[in-house]
Design a protein around this ligand. Sequence first.
Ligand code: B3K
Ligand code: ZN
Length: 905
Amino acid sequence: MSDTATPAVIRRADYAPPAFLIDTVALEFDLVAERTTVKSTLRVRRNPDAANASGRAPHLELMGEALEFVSAALDGEPYAAVRVHERGLTVENVPDAFELTLVGICNPAANTTLSGLYVSSGNFFTQCEAEGFRRITWFLDRPDVMSTYTVTLRADKAAYPVLLSNGNLVEEGDLPDGRHFARWEDPFRKPSYLFALVAGKLVALEERIRTGSGKEKLLQVWVEPHDLPKTRHAMDSLIHAIRWDEERFGLELDLDRFMIVAVSDFNMGAMENKGLNIFNTKYVLANPETATDTDFANIEAVVGHEYFHNWTGNRVTCRDWFQLSLKEGLTVFRDQEFSADMEAGNAANSAGGAAARATKRIEDVRVLRQMQFAEDAGPMAHPVRPESYVEINNFYTMTVYEKGAEVVRMYQTLFGRDGFRKGMDLYFKRHDGQAVTCDDFRHAMADANGRDLAQYERWYSQAGTPRVTVQTRYDEAARRYVVTLAQGYGEASSAARETQKGPLLIPFAIGLIGPDGRDLPLRLEGETEARGTTRVLELTDTAQTYTFEDVAAKPLPSLLRNFSAPVIVEYDYSNDELAFLLAHDSDPFNRWEAGQRLATRELLALAARAASDAPLALDDAVVAAFGRVLNDETLSPAFRELALMLPSEAYLAEQMAESNPAAVHTARQFVRRRLAQALKADWLAVYQRHRTPGAYQATPEAAGHRALKNLALSYLAELEDPAEAVRLATAQYDAANNMTDRAAALATLLNAAATAGSTWADEPLDDFYRRFENEPLVIDKWFALQATQRGTKARPVIETVRRLMAHPAFNLKNPNRARSLIFSFCSGNPAQFHAPDGSGYAFWAEQVIALDALNPQVAARLARALELWRRFTPALREKMREALENVAAQAKSRDVREIVEKALA
Ligand code: B3K
Ligand code: ZN
């Protein structure tokens, strides 16, 4: 492909089964950093199921990239009819079944893409999903080609004492010249994207456990030697995940040994390679001094996620990459449920358990609404099962993952936990060992529950965020409450509109709240008695009406309880009604939601005023409603923290007809200061009451206290005179025995210092660096805290960011470090990034281009920071377009080109 050619589009409709299958793979690696030799011996045969319209393919076409060809042999004899080209290798005129041996060379030391085989901190690692295996050897690198693998690793023993691959270790020993070898066999057939190897100086925390059927398993968490003390939490999370999958889904670990390996250079969070999960260090290493409560929770979630893939992804895999959500949506749903159950299990009683589950649900929905709804509104909008792509790595998206998880969750909402479990059981019974589609999963759910789910297919094929408009009517004489639900998509991006064909099946959970604040028993027209206080209405038409009987007084509707579908609900609540729901709704998710609606409405009105420099004022009813939550000791601290945190600037800007980040920032700061002033004594009391003295505890409960306390601190720092807050924050920073409190104190000091133009944060900031100089994950936080700090006219954050780019600890090649500074600024500091002078955009363009040459996947992620440019105010829009055009003119990779070309189209 030439530099400027428009790259080829791959379409779901063009799927055809492979012409050949590969039954067994024997790989032999001679691991040398600059020059690794890979010998691959494949048992190949023609696929009896291949579509044969064009006759029997004479040639075998294998994919390959960045490889040096050495030799080929067919059935043991040197074979000359081999053509090596840009995209791989053609083996001409092959028989129906044969053994093919290929030898090639790759250069792991020079591989900055972190896809394929690469070197990090002197050790070897692989990343093959989606299409990295072809950078190791020539292959049918597509998920519907499943093989059993035998892998032999040879390397210098002193430099690479540990040699790991998938499955079971079957042989190891010494070789001449200080070298050694290890041979691994994976008994399970798998696609090439699940292959992995690791070699280097690593040590492991080990545990032996027995699974439900009594088999003993070896669990290992491999890290660099100095990190061994930070592996306990990951190991505990793994053990919990194994137990949970047995209990909730009857799924047992199928290998004798399960390994997790941590690597500091990694493009994403982690990877589910069969039996050998490879993780970003960020999702493995933790101790109270270096990791926050959020880090602890994320590690548990990601360890669970990758482990759960062993069944949902590995045992049953995807037929093609358009089916990615088959494994990702399902596995995100599973990890969300796992985390919720872990938190609920830790709660003191069942009410506490429900509250803990709601907290997790709120956090997940917040991410969905801020990130996935935005994606659905822009040029990258695509269905959960995309129709086309240029670069598949660009489709590991919020839509495939998070909306995909909602689409899975709705089966459970419709059929209950038991019905969902029946569907899962049938799915594994039918498809274990196969590469299948999202339709196969839907059919298993439908058949197991005796339901026709044809309409449900639209959740997989339609892009855009559905809107449900609600109308209600109370008939006092007839004691009836009539609810009308109507669905549509509102205005959608053209990318989304093209896919929208008809109404969806929307499970819409609803409750009715009486004037006393209590739930009403619900009897729908035609029913003989009331059943429960929350009902899941099934909306299937464009509009439907539901009549509730025996409603003695006009109720208030609690809509879409627990966020039962990934939609936007439109209903005209008054501020008083929202305050009432915030105080009384029995559905904790909707209690939170009422507060968010109230705040969002006020904030958007204030942002509109700020945009035209009009004076700002906050409704006292809003202050009172927030004050009640702050002081309601019957609510869990974790819930209160979520309820009192205002919607993010990014979310608010996204809700405006024309996004204006500066106006949003002004409005949000104004409200924070007003809430700080009006509730000053309460914030102070809460700060004191929710301290967690003594040894650090990693429990959700303790984390909730810390979260609420630190939120209180951040509000106190908004006061006109922040002296008290600065004193508290400084003391908290100095005395902290954990990273949550230390980082929160430092963030508050940075913001207070920016607002007041003072130097309060200088000393702790230096102290933080010195204290953690040898902890890369903490230094990432040091960069991120500065990139996301508040800025002022006198001290714009872009200056700090540019200065930090030259810091000796900055390294563009390390994705975590690049994300900590560049992404944190471009995506996590909207008011500063969208500076009117366009300085943020110029910086963004420079960094996308620089990353494009090193690591296209990471560059493409950064490229997405400008994709919503058309939705901004005209002045910003113009500057964003210039920056995008600049990148479009220079970007080389398919990855970045797809993003910027779609944005500009
Ligand atoms: N399956 C991997 C993601 C691979 C991303 C490739 N660009 C991690 C996960 O979702 O579990
Ligand atoms: Zn996954």
